[in-house]
Ligand binder design. Structure first.
Ligand code: FES
Length: 145
């Protein structure tokens, strides 16, 4: 049911933890399953490159695997390039997810966006395509899949 990559990132998640004094922090949740994800970003002031990214996930295995993969994908990208890390990109990098687990990858995308938004707000920057995140714990993910 799960790809080898999903199993790998679930059993051996990369970049777990938190970043003290992170430049951007985003927390999102899914009201239906109750899973919560938080992403921390360390961003270079001049180049806007994401130097470090860590996550904490209180959630299912797919949420752990997608947040792990998402942190790997955004690391080394600029805050603008990080917008390319969509839930689809994360799923592709993991060789797919079962349909009922697609919302977990959406949570990873939302957590990255929320962290980018946090940074953009505090630095008065506009990131093309980035919208204000919805409330931390919210509903309705299924409709967007
Ligand atoms: Fe909710 Fe996976 S079941 S994030």
């Amino acid at each position: 049911m799960y790809s080898e990559k999903v199993m790998d990132h679930f059993t051996n998640p990369r970049n777990v933890g938190e970043i003290e004094n992170a430049d951007g922090v985003g927390t999102v949740g899914n009201a239906k399953c109750g899973d919560i994800m938080r992403i921390y970003l360390d961003i270079d002031e001049d180049t806007k490159v994401i130097k470090d990214c860590k996550f904490k996930t209180f959630g299912c295995g797919a949420a752990v695997a997608t947040s792990s993969m998402a942190t790997e994908l955004v690391m080394g990208k600029t805050i603008y390039e990080a917008m390319e890390v969509t839930n689809k990109a994360v799923m592709e990098a993991l060789d797919g997810l079962p349909p009922v687990k697609v919302h977990c990858s959406l949570l990873a995308e939302e957590a990255i966006h929320a962290a980018l938004w946090d940074y953009a707000q505090s630095h008065n920057i506009e990131i093309p395509g980035l919208k204000e995140p919805k409330a931390d714990i919210h509903d309705g993910e299924e409709e967007q899949e």
